[in-house]
Design a protein around this ligand. Sequence first.
Ligand code: GLN
Length: 284
Amino acid sequence: MSVTGPGMTGCRDAAAVLAAAVRRLTEAGVDSPRADAEQLAAYVLGVPRGRLVLAAWSPADVERFGELVARRAARVPLQYLVGTVGFRHLGLAVGPGAFVPRPETESVVEAALGLIAAVSHPRVVDLCTGSGAIALAVAQEHPGAEVLAVEADPRAAGWARRNIGATGLPVRLLVGRIEDIPADMDGFVDLVVSNPPYVADGEALPPEVARYEPVSALYAGVDGLDALRVVQRVARRLLRPGGSAVVEHGDRQGPAAADLFAGWEDVVIHQDLAGRDRYVTARR
Ligand code: GLN
């Protein structure tokens, strides 16, 4: 079968274009070269990845694909190149200045939803919201939740604002430091959720992360716990008695993160889908 027209690249040539891209990404040290090449091709051609074999390539498509592959080989995050990332049931806009929401954070959302399941109109605060991922997922999956998202970095907040606008979900955005949240909510919040920066200073990260993602979303002091300490303090003042906190941490920080919640009830370290310690829940 041929779906090509004049000036179009046929199936066999398309396969060669893809194979060359896979080689290039492999040489550049990209983790999942085939998946990334296919996603970039699907993006350029405007087709779902599963229909790539049938797609026709124009010369302009081939050129644009080549440019994107070159940027991916320079380790620009795939999600910055295609401009979106799937998170829970959302497609979120991301780009330079935004920390790319990670799959492991979806389990943090799952836990957050479980903790507010019995409350019809819970007040929820997402500290260090970045692109708004956690706040928006909670708002979408718990209709009736009143969600406040807080982000200090104005560039990241720009992505959150854009995602709130695009989804139309009821999330309020506060741009500022979490320790500066006005005191008028103190003691009235049902759930505080956060994926704060938690990488220890000097710890090596993959090039995609180290070169392109915002430093302020990643590093948090010599033990990586500086932001978690602030999150614990802010959560303690915001939450009503009986309210809960869900806080993501690094896979070797479980016990240390749990220790930060000394004096809270029901402090539990939970694992992500990969079986690694990933977040702590605690009740005020
Ligand atoms: N887990 C993240 C990473 O892989 C770090 C996330 C964070 O600091 N919140 O880079």
